[in-house]
Ligand binder design. Structure first.
Ligand SMILES: [Zn+2]
Length: 594
């Protein structure tokens, strides 16, 4: 048993005070280590950079500590009980690390608890103490960790099966709002932190709907006996991280349903989609997981081709779940799918990087995107979602609607339950061929490892959905909707935003007009054809322009003024709209559930 304790003597300093007691330390010198990354977020984050004042002692007194590398230490040899103490600086308001101030406290175990090497499989208990400040007297505590000696939502003693379990239940503390509901008999809580207005009854009802949908999708009983949505509400923000019995989310105030609000606006649809996504991960990636994650090596990058499946298939079912459970309408779902198609199509990187390569290089490319990302890479989320749609629709077409991707996911879940084995790079391909009785090897190989255009127009036609392509109306146009207004014929080939002294070039499209004329990301355009202009003025100028028109551009690069001649190109037809037709209605109903 490893006994951890976490408190804060001064929450305004953003320090958590952490200690642990090891009854039987390695007599040759106990090694300790802290993870360098957190499962679900594939980037080396070096949590140890926030660890300070590390000390160790035995009954005989203070012990030396040798630092082996950035996240590994060895405590001097001792006999009997070992106590280790340190502080963790917690000022990362994200779902991946830790945050502490007078408004709330939050941490992931992976950034605050060192692992006692050689004893990672030992049960742990953690005494979570109320931070020591007058503004913390009303604070409560929310976590999916098992209570050992603590009131419900109270500070006190919690327990974990082992180190892996300890770091997979983030903890929120503060004066939060708690909303309870049950899904298929399993108690769920929504914990809302921050300043917001929310129709709590509606939020609970809608999340119950989506949770029950996913539980029934994989089959009852649910794999957890309690679940918690931890939501940090901010002005602007979006993101989530999945855990075995909870999820931590960051959401914008505007995305919560307001009292009196009816219908599902785009912001609330995004929030429901995020909740649906993280909840689906309770099965897909938290339990059904790549074999190389069994166990996780949290010291270094762990490479897999499979993030397209774990993030992409999850992205496919997150929105599809909203539709199939009745939270959104078919047109709304087709709009979301068309937006994903548009996102992929607008990036030249799709013809350069496959979904498998995108997965493999998540650590250095997807998670470290720069201004050239759209030219260089494809998202394993977005392309993975479209691959999932292709597999699903192809299976339906080949088996006359008898088989589909749902069967694949249920089979993966059954295999995981019965054998506990991880997913290998070819497991999904084998299952798809086995379930359909057709060798789909080369079809799947091209989807996953290739870069050719996806066969979605044909496959969607087989379920009575027509794919319409058009040019983008303006920089706000995400696709998915018909537009009445005139569309531009020409394209400038750059993503711009209003800056202090003009238009800031954020990205240029490879071989597009801006790049061909010499403009580069980071340039500040101060005049176009001799006039200063903002984004809205540029968009109305483009509406009147033709391919081949030449614009004189003055722009600063660093502190140097440069002049460029930009020859406009024809606007690219990379925006999709999906329309249900009156064909194949039975197949479509079978797919979408409505
Ligand atoms: Zn995800």
């Amino acid at each position: 048993m490893i006994r951890y304790q976490i408190s804060s003597r001064n929450p305004s300093s953003h320090y958590f005070d952490v200690s642990l007691r090891v009854d039987n330390p390695d007599p040759d010198g106990q090694r300790l280590r802290l993870p360098n990354w957190i499962p679900g977020s594939y980037m080396i984050r070096d949590f140890s950079r926030n660890l300070l004042d590390l000390r160790a002692r035995s009954q005989a007194g203070e012990l030396d500590i040798e630092q082996i590398d950035k996240s590994n230490w060895r405590v001097g040899a001792s006999s009997g009980e070992l106590t280790v103490e340190y502080k963790v600086y917690a000022k990362d308001l994200s779902v991946r690390a830790a945050h502490l101030d007078h408004t709330h406290g939050y941490y992931n175990g992976s950034s605050v608890f060192v692992e006692v090497m050689g004893q990672g499989d030992q049960p742990c208990e953690v005494l979570i103490e109320r931070p020591d400040a007058v503004f913390c007297v009303n604070w409560q505590l929310a976590t999916s960790l098992k209570r050992k000696q603590a009131e419900v939502y109270g500070f006190g003693l919690y327990e974990a099966l082992d180190y892996d379990d300890l770091i997979d239940h983030p903890v929120e503390m503060g004066a939060f709002t708690r909303i309870a509901f049950e899904a298929c008999g399993v108690p769920h809580d929504i914990i809302l932190t921050g300043r917001f207005e929310c129709d709590q009854a509606r939020l609970a009802a809608d999340l119950k709907t989506i949770c029950e949908h996913h539980i029934r999708f994989f089959g009852e009983p649910a794999p957890m006996d309690y679940y918690q949505f931890q939501v940090m509400v901010v002005g602007e923000g979006y993101g989530g991280l999945e855990h075995r019995a909870s999820t931590s989310l960051i959401a914008s105030r505007a995305s919560l349903p307001k009292p009196g609000q009816t219908g599902v606006d785009d912001d609330y649809r995004d929030f429901l989609g995020l909740c649906s996504h993280e909840y689906f991960h309770t099965w897909n990636v938290k339990r059904i997981k790549p074999a190389v994650y069994q166990p996780y090596d949290l010291q270094q990058e762990v490479y897999t081709d499979l993030l397209w499946a774990f993030e992409g298939i999850t992205s496919y079912y997150d929105d599809l779940g909203l539709l199939r459970s009745g939270l959104i309408e078919m047109d709304s779902y087709l709009e979301l799918l068309a937006q994903t198609m548009t996102r992929v199509q607008r990036g030249p990187g799709r013809s350069r990087q496959s979904a498998a390569e995108s997965s493999f290089n998540a650590w250095t490319k997807f998670y470290k995107q720069d201004e050239n990302a759209a030219n260089a890479i494809v998202s394993y989320y977005a392309k993975g979602c479209l691959i999932a749609a292709c597999i699903d629709l192809k299976m339906r077409e080949l088996t006359d609607g008898q088989q589909n991707l749902d069967t694949v996911m249920r089979r993966l879940w059954q295999t995981c339950l019965q054998q506990g084995k991880g997913v290998e790079p070819d497991s999904i391909q084998q299952l798809v061929s086995e379930i359909t009785g057709v060798d789909l090897g080369s079809f799947l190989q091209e989807l996953i490892y290739g870069t050719s255009e996806l066969p979605l127009p044909e496959l969607l036609a087989s379920v009575g959905v027509e794919v319409v392509q058009r040019v983008a109306k303006n920089s706000q146009d995400k696709g998915g909707k018909d537009v009445e207004a005139d569309l531009p014929a020409a394209d400038f080939g750059a993503t711009l935003k209003d800056g202090e002294t003009g238009l800031l070039v954020q990205r240029v499209v490879e071989a597009g007009a801006a790049q061909s004329g010499g403009l580069s990301a980071g340039d500040q355009i101060i005049a176009l054809d001799g006039l200063r202009l903002n984004q809205a003025q540029l968009e109305s100028k483009i509406l009147r322009a033709k391919p081949g028109d030449v614009w004189q551009v003055h722009a600063f690069r660093r502190d140097e003024l440069h002049q460029f001649e930009i020859t406009l190109q024809a606007a690219a037809v990379t925006t999709f709209v999906l329309k249900a037709t009156d064909q194949q209605q039975a197949a479509r109903k079978d797919w979408l559930g409505c």
